[in-house]
Ligand binder design. Structure first.
Ligand code: ARG
Length: 292
């Protein structure tokens, strides 16, 4: 496996918004100007790639597949830790066609030595990758979202598979259909999250594990801007064009924001985090940042 910060992206060649499986998706909006939207999606993709490079990531770009527009969201394709990739099982038929092309992409990454193994989950549960199973490097465990997409049982399966603790959080709304829409562990140990997206039990779990000084509550406006769906590394945070609230809140905690116009992807219900997949995450303890 690799030991430098590395991110997988999937080129937007076959990207569009042609169906709707979450409340943000707007196929009618896309259909008004498909060629124009496609050009804007390409420009946004290039800007994201640049922002990730500026944040210290090496970037791998894989090709998508025709008829599989949502492959531009590789966070949903697998969970990767310690060089081991576990491939996703998608809930909706619209996305199941991604499983075979993603298996080929991961096989290629393995052959090239970027990851060590590619495995699948036991049948009988859905699991939509790192969008619903987020590694918290500061705490050394996964946070797993379940409900709209991934199954409750997937958390246990992931825990057995990786031999790591997985803390399951129930998602309470279709609007936050993946955990990464409403929940983001930042490199300094804070959790940026949108409270109404989590069930009462999930909120209690979060509060029991994360002190108030490290909980940053996102607003409905932050969520609508898809800014909770962010990529965090050291002081860098890559996200969609954001709100005054988050600029202020993250800025005062010492983060440097890289804002990218990702509106063509927000039309599909996605932001910066779900367009990426970290390939170098390890369970080795990180040095804890000083408490804020
Ligand atoms: N249209 C995609 C879907 O509904 C968007 C996925 C975005 N991924 C994410 N992890 N939030 O599945």
């Amino acid at each position: 496996m690799i030991d430098t910060p590395t991110i997988l992206l999937v080129a937007p060649t076959f990207y569009d918004v042609s169906y709707s499986i979450n409340p943000w998706m707007d196929p009618a909006g896309w259909a008004r100007d498909p060629a124009g939207m496609h050009g804007r999606a390409r420009a946004s993709f290039d800007a994201l790639r640049q922002a990730l490079g500026d944040s210290g990531f090496a970037v791998e770009v894989a090709e998508g597949a025709p008829g599989q527009p949502d492959m531009v969201f590789p966070a949903n394709a697998a969970v990767v830790l310690d060089g081991r990739a576990v491939l996703a099982r998608f809930r909706y038929p619209q996305r199941r066609g991604e499983e075979a092309p993603f298996a080929a992409i991961f096989d290629d990454l393995r052959r090239r030595g970027l990851i060590d193994s590619v495995e699948t989950l036991p049948e009988g549960c859905y699991q939509e990758g790192a969008g619903d199973c987020i590694w918290d490097a500061q705490r050394g465990h996964f946070w797993a979202g379940y409900g709209p997409r991934s199954s409750r049982e997937a958390a246990q399966a992931m825990s057995c598979h990786f031999g790591q603790e997985v803390v399951a959080l129930e998602l309470a709304t279709e609007q936050s259909y993946h955990l990464d829409v409403c929940f983001c562990p930042l490199a300094g140990g804070e959790i940026l999250y949108y409270p109404p997206a989590l069930s009462e039990a999930a909120l209690a779990t979060l509060r029991a594990r994360v002190p108030a000084s490290q909980r940053i509550e996102a607003t409905a406006d932050d969520l609508r801007h898809f800014s909770v769906n962010a990529v965090s590394r050291e002081e860098h945070v890559v996200m969609t064009r954001t709100t005054p609230h988050l600029r202020h809140e993250l800025g005062r905690r010492g983060y440097r924001l890289h804002e990218v116009d990702l509106s063509p992807y927000m039309m599909s219900g996605g932001g910066a985090y779900c367009m990426t997949l970290r390939l170098d995450r390890t369970s080795a303890p990180v040095r804890r940042a000083a408490a804020a």
